[in-house]
Design a protein around this ligand. Structure first.
Ligand SMILES: NC(=O)c1ccc[n+]([C@@H]2O[C@H](COP(=O)([O-])OP(=O)(O)OC[C@H]3O[C@@H](n4cnc5c(N)ncnc54)[C@H](OP(=O)(O)O)[C@@H]3O)[C@@H](O)[C@H]2O)c1
Length: 345
């Protein structure tokens, strides 16, 4: 491949599509060349907003976008329940694909996409931006190198109140509604990035029934990892969580503010207090900073990773390997079986 920018097409024009398009403009070798919506006027408005000085082609269908010869990579930003058909559409048209998380609703579907990408020799990655975040990568590297001691327990929580109406994808089981697939995937991925695959999970959830099926409004998961490490992970669509994570070790405690795209990570070594007037540890605390810049909100680093891989002729990323996506999708299948939640979609 030459040095020309990698040309991106965005499939769908919802909230995350706008955020990724804004960060994409900050990545020097990425160019947004096309966008598609089910409604061509929405695509035109999106193209005008994100095109800058360059013309972005507006397609009135997803089929038309994937057939656009000027597009190298298709970014799939539809609701979860559509990821299988939309990512398949792009791969069958010969495009590299970055697909929003979760890659699919079920592991069987994820396996189908992985097999298709491999058969076609195309790049495929789940848009797990947390795994591409320079601070998260740095924390994982230094944790694995032993700098923070021997980890014992991870706690991570991600939740916010979904105030949108029942037509929102977040509350519609036909579109893959639920806290696990929307938010719980982040603490699960974070723990996986720190410790590798879990050996066991247990879960409790609060299920809500709708006329179109059930979804999990809140979920709490415990995980067991190698070397006796345990994790507690919570997500909710009905309460405001801290969005923080902490990892307790035999030397102290790591804390991350907004762990799925952290801005402040601190290691506080345990230092015994000399007497009861002194607070433990705080004097020795130090911050973990990213070795390279965060691009935009962090979606830029994800775009840059896709560009790096496509340019190098790779079909998957070492930051978000397909096997990791498959393991976590299988884990979420097993967790849904425990809480008694099935999607008809
Ligand atoms: N990485 C992250 O930080 C992050 C954050 C939020 C969401 N996400 C993921 O991104 C995906 C989209 O989330 P979002 O919040 O952007 O959703 P959204 O605002 O509802 O947008 C989804 C878009 O998909 C298209 N679409 C196609 N069929 C649809 C249908 N039946 N119902 C609704 N929309 C449909 C629509 O675009 P057109 O009408 O233009 O075709 C719509 O604007 C989800 O899988 C979610 O998990 C990731």
């Amino acid at each position: 491949m030459n040095d020309a920018p990698i040309r991106w097409g965005i499939l769908a024009t919802g909230k995350i599509a706008h955020q990724v398009a804004s960060d994409l403009r900050l990545v020097p070798d990425a160019e947004l060349v096309a966008v598609a919506s089910r409604d061509v006027e929405r695509a035109q408005r999106f193209a005008a907003e994100h095109g800058g000085s360059a013309a972005v082609r507006a397609h009135g269908s997803y089929e038309s976008l994937v057939a656009d010869p000027a597009v190298d990579v298709v970014y799939v930003a539809t609701p979860h329940a559509r990821h299988l058909e939309d990512a398949r559409l792009a791969l069958e048209a010969g495009k590299h694909v970055l697909c929003e998380k979760p890659l699919t609703l079920r592991a069987d579907d994820a396996e189908e996409l992985v097999a298709l990408a491999r058969a076609k020799g195309l790049f495929l990655m789940e848009a797990m931006w947390t795994a591409c975040h320079p601070t998260v990568i740095e924390v994982a590297r230094r944790l694995r190198a032993g700098e923070f001691g021997r980890p014992g327990h991870l706690h991570a929580e991600l939740g916010f109140v979904v105030a949108e109406g029942a037509s929102s994808r977040l509350l519609d089981p036909r579109l893959g509604a639920g806290a696990l697939l929307d938010m719980g995937i982040y603490p699960l991925t974070f723990a996986h990035l720190m410790f590798g695959p879990a050996t066991a999970f247990t879960a409790q959830a609060d299920l809500v029934q709708t006329e179109h099926g059930a979804y999990d409004a809140s979920i709490v998961i415990t995980g067991r990892y190698a070397d006796g490490v345990l994790a507690t992970m919570a997500s909710s669509m009905t309460s405001w969580s801290s969005r923080a994570a902490s990892i307790a070790t035999d030397l102290g405690r790591l804390t991350l503010d907004d762990f799925h795209h952290p801005t402040r990570v601190v290691f506080t070594p345990h230092v015994a207090a000399r007497d009861w007037t002194e607070q433990e540890g705080t004097a020795a605390a130090y911050e973990i900073t990213p070795p390279e810049p965060v691009i935009g909100r962090g979606y830029g680093n994800e775009v840059a990773e896709v560009n790096r891989c496509v340019r190098a002729g790779l079909t998957e990323s070492s930051l978000v390997p397909l096997e990791q996506t498959l393991e976590l999708t299988r884990a979420m299948d097993a967790i849904r079986a425990q809480i008694g939640l099935e999607y008809d979609a």
